[in-house]
Every structure is written in C-alpha cells, then in structure tokens.
Design a protein around this ligand. Structure first.
Ligand SMILES: N[C@@H](CCC(=O)N[C@@H](CS)C(=O)NCC(=O)O)C(=O)O
Length: 363
C-alpha cells in the first residue's frame, strides 16, 4: 500500500477546501450530495459542416458522457466529430514538470481524475498502490493526436481545463465538447451538448432527419427531464455520495418514487419509447444511461438496493429494447463502466475490488 499517495488522494476526494477537487467532494452541510454547476456553457451557434473541427471527449463509464455518445451515434455523426475516450480508472493528474512518463506524478498534488495513458502502457495501477490491483489499458484509452491541442500533449482531462483557464479548480469533468480550431472547451454540460449535436451538425449527420427534440414533444420532454434528472439521473449520485444516513434515506426515497413513476408511465402508455411510439427522443437517451448501469453498479456501490431494474416489468423491457439498438449498444461498455466506479474513488472502495454482477438480462 502506498499510504502517501492513498492519503493525499483520499483527502482531496473527501474535502472541498479550495484545492483542485472532484465531484465526489461536493456535499452540503447536511451531508447531501450537491452537484456543481457545469462551468463552460458556450453553445455551437453556427451550423457546422467542417469535418472533425470538434471533438467529443468522454469516458464510457460516465452516464453524462455516454448520453452524448449515444446521440452522436443516433445522428450518424461518427465520421464528422472525433471521439476521445479516457481510461476508466482515475489516476493522479499532475506529472512532475518536464517528465513525459505518467509514472512520474507530482506527489504533492493530490488530485486524481481522468487520464489518457501512453500507447505503450498496458496496465493502470490502483491508487492504493496494491500490486495486484491493476487494470488493463485498451488501445482506445490511449493518448490522442497531440497536434490537435495547443500544448504539445495532454495527459489528463485536467490539462484541457487548465489550458483554457489556469485558475479553474475543478471539477475536471467529462463530457467535453472541444473546438480543435480555436483549441478551447466549448461546453461541458451534457444536456446542452446533446441539443447541439442534435441540431447544429446536420450537414455532417448521416441520419439528419432524426430529431431528438421535436417541436411537438418539447413540453412533454422538458417536463419529464425535470423529474427524471432530479430523482433518477442525479438521484443515484445523491444516494451514493451521501455522507449522513438522513441524506441517504431522503435520496433513496426520492429515487424509488421516481422509478415507480417511470414504471407506471410505461405501463400506461404502452409505447415503445417514453414520449413516442416510433422515434427515440432525448428523454430516452437520458434515462437509459442511468438504468443500464443500475444493477451492475449502483445497487452495490451507491446502495440503491431496494429493487433492481430487472425486477421492474416495464422498465426492464424498455431498457432491453433500447439496448438492442446499435447506437445505445455501441455507447455501452460494461467493462469501462464497472472498472471506473469500483476503482476510482479510493475513499469509497480502497482495495478496488470489482463485484461480479451479471448483465446477461440485457440481451
Ligand atoms: N453536469 C455534467 C456532469 C458531468 C460529470 O459529473 N462527470 C463526472 C463523471 S460521471 C466526472 O467527469 N467527474 C470528474 C470529477 O469529479 O473529477 C454533465 O452533465 O455534463
């Protein structure tokens, strides 16, 4: 066990004392998880026809990022917008000045977050330093074309934020929509990125006729976005990152009320998707990402164990229906999902053991 590294990372994951921090530390005085507002909120104002001017930086593990990835695949934008994928296990994000090798991280900097390993790096070590706790690096996790960024190379997601604003203290989150011409973060808020992917890249979209936010359904989608975000998408995090029994119980109650409500919406409507029988919309994309992770991760890790998704008749059939669609399937990588949650927060799972689970019900 490397106690020095472990302690510095644990400290920063548990406190919010003005140092660079992660979302895990965002709690209020009552121990309730209080998510930070996203900070980069420019929108893509013109219609984009230039290939690979923008890139989307994601983790397969993150439900907010894979929202964007599903939309990118649904719209057929995979040849028009580049995608960079980070490794799911958080690492120290600051390397010693002048050192190229990511093993050489700055011991005095406790921040841990998303990184792109070198292409010759085969394993990522758990931050506990325990020898046996190491996680494979796939080619898709490795560092991407350095010429497209302002600095000579980027190692961590934090590097992208600090290129943009060196005084920014985090959290250094994905997804990021990055402008490769202006070399800047345009937006880091998934609910806005999916709207821009839906509407602003039409000349590059192979499936431009699909409208995920159609005029006639906007009111219904907005209304559903509100309660599903509060109770379900953000609700699982409020359960998992709660620091008092009271905060946890409040969050669990709200979460399961939300799931019962979703179950009855699907029971009553008998439609294939949430607000339409023939076309998927953004509400399906948003809700799916939480539901598909629920039984494999949240039930154990976030203590949302009153009921599994596979026990809900209508919700489980709905998740399976979406999972059968290539755009959803391609954006779902269960290895990255499980590896991230169980190996990144040293304060919550110090040994990085990944529970077995069984996602076979999805197919
Ligand atoms: N509001 C953001 C939330 C994104 C977010 O919380 N991403 C998490 C991963 S699931 C992250 O990157 N966290 C990094 C950190 O906390 O340091 C969005 O919806 O885009």
């Amino acid at each position: 066990m490397n106690w020095k590294t472990f302690e510095s990372v644990r400290h920063i994951q548990m406190t919010n004392d003005g140092e660079r921090h992660t979302a895990v530390a965002a709690v209020d005085r009552k121990g309730r998880f209080a998510r930070n507002e996203s900070s980069f909120r420019d929108r893509v104002s013109d219609i984009v026809s230039e290939k690979n001017r923008y890139k989307l930086i994601v983790s397969y593990a993150c439900p907010w990022a894979t929202r964007c990835l599903s939309v990118l695949y649904l719209k057929g934008l995979d040849d028009g917008i580049e995608v960079d994928i980070v490794h799911p296990t958080w690492q120290k994000t600051r390397r010693k000045r002048g050192k190229e090798d990511e093993e050489d991280t700055d011991e005095d900097d406790g921040h841990a977050g998303w990184v792109f390993p070198n292409e010759n790096c085969r394993w990522i070590q758990h931050l506990s330093g325990i020898e046996s706790a190491k996680f494979e690096v796939q080619a898709y996790h490795t560092r991407k074309d350095p010429k497209k960024t302002k600095k000579t190379e980027f190692y961590s997601i934090r590097d992208f934020y600090e290129e943009h604003d060196n005084s920014y203290k985090g959290p250094f989150t994905v997804p990021i929509l990055y402008d490769q011409t202006e070399k800047r973060i345009v937006n880091n808020e998934s609910s806005e990125i999916i709207r821009d992917l839906n509407a602003r890249f039409q000349p590059l979209a192979k499936n431009a006729t699909l409208d995920l936010y159609p005029e006639s359904k906007r009111k219904e989608i907005d209304e559903m976005n509100e309660w599903t975000y509060r109770a379900i998408n953000n609700g699982v995090y409020k359960c998992g990152f709660a620091r008092t029994q009271e905060a946890y119980e409040e969050a669990v109650e709200e979460l399961y009320e939300g799931l019962e409500r979703l179950e009855s919406v699907l029971e009553r409507s008998k439609m294939k998707f949430l607000v339409s029988d023939d076309e998927v919309t953004e509400i399906d994309v948003r809700v799916f990402q939480t539901l598909v992770r629920f039984d494999e991760v949240y039930v154990v890790y976030f203590k949302t164990n009153k009921k599994c998704i596979r026990e809900y008749k209508n919700i489980s059939a709905y998740v399976k229906r979406l999972y059968a669609m290539p755009a959803f399937r391609k954006a779902t990588n269960m290895w990255d999902i499980k590896t991230h949650y169980f190996t990144s927060h040293v304060a919550l799972n110090p040994y990085g053991i990944i529970p077995k689970g069984d996602p076979s019900w999805l197919t």
